[in-house]
Structures are given as structure tokens and as C-alpha cells.
Design a protein around this ligand. Structure first.
Ligand SMILES: CC(C)(COP(=O)(O)OP(=O)(O)OC[C@H]1O[C@@H](n2cnc3c(N)ncnc32)[C@H](O)[C@@H]1OP(=O)(O)O)[C@@H](O)C(=O)NCCC(=O)NCCS
Length: 395
């Protein structure tokens, strides 16, 4: 068996059959194969690796060069996708070997962190990934927001075809990349595919000409559902403008269904506001995303909760293993190698969970991601206060 990096064009003859067998209804048609081949122009900057034997591709993995905000620092992020192996080649360790090489290579190519959507989190847990929240959905009737119809808000909402509003929509995602913890975006090559994506509306909220919110959506039928994508806003005014826009669909649609992050509390959007908020996680579809650090240097510059210092040892991970002094000073974290006695021993999952703000030090211990001495619980909690990330991108 040999591992080989392939070009985007080679994916159609090697990875397409593996991926389509794994993820799609099959057997596939020639038309589906041709559609895949045409899409490969958007995969030119992705890194694709296959495991081959006697010229036959047995397994493949891929990663998009993306960017992600982790506690205020924008890092290169490897967005892992297209992970699949031939049924007769499964459980031979091929995907583990491919993933190990992919993570190393993506780090060399500038990705300090990585994210993916797992079919089964325990599989990727062995590779150092830890879970972060899955998006929620709020489902409500527009009349619940009728108070907003009477509100005189200092802004306006414009409805456009996504293809027309794409530049404004994309610019908002790039602004949120700088501002919102966990937010991630594709590079320009892959983003170009979304400009061409099937017909959708986008509602763009502006105050004084500045874009403060945007949401993509489609309406399935008169009296039916308005199905919206991520409710993207820079703050409460952007949200109020977009909700007011939804409220204007009273008597047109029965329900609005919109994607939200864990920091949204829809029952507080109105008085007498009936809403169903759902966060559903199932496998192999609808897994919550997972993340990991690929480089310990990714901790440098992260916004910290308080001044504190702690020495940790990261274990069981080829990319991160070592002993480090973590110091929070003037609101930012620095990390340097250390020979001091560690006050905490963490796996990659443990240190990644702290960096991403999804587990507190006690939970890191109870989840089996490390050991933390009593005084270090407070120091790690001060450096890494819980703060839920919102990934945004799907891949
Ligand atoms: C999931 C899949 C890619 C695994 O490929 P594979 O080549 O069998 O994986 P490996 O043999 O390298 O296994 C790696 C590790 O995961 C474990 N593992 C494999 N399948 C697993 C499963 N279904 N659940 C939990 N662990 C699993 C292996 O035991 C091994 O553990 P170890 O390294 O600690 O010994 C393959 O089964 C597949 O293509 N499935 C359908 C498509 C899919 O679900 N892809 C993942 C999308 S996120």
C-alpha cells in the first residue's frame, strides 16, 4: 500500500467511487460522475490523499484550506472532508494512516487548527478531535414576532437572489470571521462554488449603509415554510431587522425555520412568543462538528479570561506532545516550552477542548481527557473560560 497526493482532477477516477458509495444513494449514474468532475475546479486548493494498492484507490481523505477564529485569533484551519474507504479495505488502519499524514501535511501548509463533521465522534476522538456544538434550529410562526412590525428600527432589509447579494453576504462572513469565536470560512477557490449554488434568497440588513445581518432562505410553498440558513448578525440590531423581515411573512408562511448558534435564546425574542428550539445530533448523519489544534503555537495570542500561569504536559499526540508553560498576560495567552513539573496532563482532546472553550477543566478530567491538579483547575479555568464556538461552515 502506498499513500499518494492527487490533484483535484484525479479525484473523479479515485475518490469519487469511494465517496459516492459511502455517502450517496448508489449505484451512481454517469451524469452524477460528470457533475462531480465539473465541481473539481473548486477543489484545486484542497489537499487530497489516497491509499493505493496495485493501482487501485482503497481509501481517500481530503482537507480544504480554511480559516477559523479561535478566541479572537484567526488561524489557518484544515477542514477535513471526503473521508471514505472501500468496504473490503476497512478496518485495516488505512484511514488512520491517511489522516495522520493529512494532519501533519496540513500543519506544514499553514493550518494551526482543524475541524470536521464526524460520522461517529469516537473514531475521530482517537485522532485528537473533540466535539463542539452543533447548530440549533428555531421554528416559529411569524405572528409571534408581530411586535416587531410596529417597531421603527433604524435600518432596512433588502431581499436579493443570493447570486446578486453574494458579495455583501460573503463580506459579512469575512467580518464575522474576525469577530466571532469559532467562525470559519473557505478560501476563495471553494467559496466560488457557493456563488453558483442553487437559487436562494438572501435578506441583507443594513444600518446607515453598513451590513449588520444576512440570512439565506427559500419559501417552500404558500402557507408552508420559510426555510432559512444561518442567522448571521453583527449584533442585536441586525437580528431585530432580520426578525422583523420574517414577521412580515405573516399570512404568507405558516412557519419560519432558521439556524442559530447556542448563544441565541429564541424564547427571548418576543413576549407571548411560541417557539420550538431544537438541537438534534444523530449518527452517521447530523453529527456535531469536532475540532483539534494541529500546532501548540495556535494557543499564542488567544484572548484569556484572566492573568494566570500554569505548566501542562500534552501527551499521546504526535503533533502536540510536550511540556509547556501557558501564561495569560494583558488579556492574551503565550505558550513556551518548559522543563517545569507539569500541574496538568492533557490529551490533544483536553487541550483542544479548553482552547475552544467547550469544556471546563473539571469536565476535561471527567471526560477522560487528562489529569489536573487542584490548583491548576482554577488557573486553567481562568485562562480558558467556557465560550461556545459557532463554526458556521458546513463541509
Ligand atoms: C469510517 C471509515 C472511513 C473508516 O475507515 P477504515 O479504513 O476502516 O478506518 P481504520 O481502519 O483506519 O480505523 C481507524 C480506527 O478507527 C476504528 N474504527 C473504524 N471504524 C470505526 C467505527 N465505525 N466506529 C468506531 N471506530 C471505528 C478502528 O478500529 C481504528 O482504531 P485504532 O486505530 O485505535 O485501532 C470507513 O468505514 C468508511 O468509509 N465508512 C463509510 C463512510 C464514512 O462514514 N466516512 C466518514 C465520514 S466523516
Amino acid at each position: 500500500m502506498q499513500i499518494r497526493q492527487i490533484t483535484a482532477d484525479e479525484r473523479t477516477d479515485t475518490m469519487f467511487p469511494l465517496q459516492t458509495y459511502a455517502f450517496m444513494p448508489s449505484p451512481w449514474t454517469d451524469a452524477e460522475r460528470e457533475t462531480y468532475a465539473r465541481r473539481m475546479v473548486y477543489y484545486r486548493t484542497a489537499t487530497s490523499l489516497i491509499a493505493e494498492e496495485d493501482g487501485q484507490a482503497l481509501a481517500g481523505v481530503g482537507a480544504f484550506p480554511m480559516r477559523q477564529n479561535v478566541r479572537g485569533v484567526v488561524h489557518g484551519m484544515a477542514g477535513v472532508a471526503s473521508v471514505s474507504s472501500h468496504p473490503s479495505a476497512r478496518r485495516r488502519g488505512l484511514v488512520r494512516q491517511l489522516m495522520t499524514r493529512l494532519m501533519r501535511q496540513m500543519r506544514e501548509q499553514g493550518s494551526a487548527v482543524s475541524a470536521l463533521y464526524p460520522f461517529r465522534p469516537s473514531f475521530y476522538g482517537r485522532l485528537g478531535y473533540v466535539g463542539i456544538p452543533r447548530v440549533r434550529h428555531a421554528v416559529f410562526a411569524p405572528e409571534g414576532l408581530s411586535h416587531l412590525l410596529r417597531a421603527d428600527l433604524p435600518g432596512e432589509v433588502q431581499r436579493l437572489q443570493l447570486s446578486e447579494g453574494f458579495d455583501d453576504y460573503n463580506a459579512l462572513t469575512l467580518r464575522l470571521l474576525e469577530e466571532r469565536h469559532g467562525f470559519s470560512v473557505y478560501d476563495e477557490t471553494r467559496t466560488a462554488e457557493f456563488r453558483e449554488s442553487p437559487s436562494q434568497w438572501v435578506a441583507i440588513a443594513r444600518v446607515g449603509g453598513e451590513v449588520v445581518g444576512a440570512v439565506t432562505y427559500r419559501i417552500d410553498q404558500y402557507g408552508g415554510d420559510l426555510v432559512a440558513g444561518d442567522l448571521l448578525t453583527t449584533g442585536p440590531m441586525g437580528r431585530a431587522l432580520l426578525l422583523q423581515f420574517f414577521a412580515r411573512h405573516v399570512d404568507q408562511v405558516a412557519r419560519v425555520r432558521v439556524k442559530i448558534g447556542t448563544d441565541e435564546v429564541p424564547e427571548l425574542w418576543g413576549t407571548d412568543f411560541a417557539v420550538h428550539t431544537e438541537g438534534r445530533v444523530e449518527f452517521p448523519r447530523r453529527g456535531g462538528p469536532m475540532v483539534r489544534l494541529l500546532s501548540i503555537g495556535a494557543l499564542n495570542g488567544l484572548q484569556v479570561g484572566a492573568e494566570a500561569g500554569v505548566t501542562v504536559e500534552v501527551v499521546e499526540d504526535e503533533l502536540l506532545a510536550g511540556r509547556y508553560r501557558l501564561t495569560g498576560e494583558s488579556g492574551a495567552l503565550t505558550v513556551e516550552e518548559s522543563t517545569d513539573q507539569p500541574q496538568a496532563t492533557l490529551t490533544c482532546q483536553g487541550i483542544s477542548a479548553l482552547a475552544y472553550g467547550v469544556l471546563d477543566p473539571v469536565e476535561v478530567v471527567t471526560r477522560g481527557f487528562g489529569r489536573v491538579e487542584a490548583p491548576a483547575v482554577e488557573a486553567l479555568g481562568a485562562l480558558f473560560p467556557t465560550k461556545m464556538p459557532y463554526l458556521f461552515a458546513d463541509f
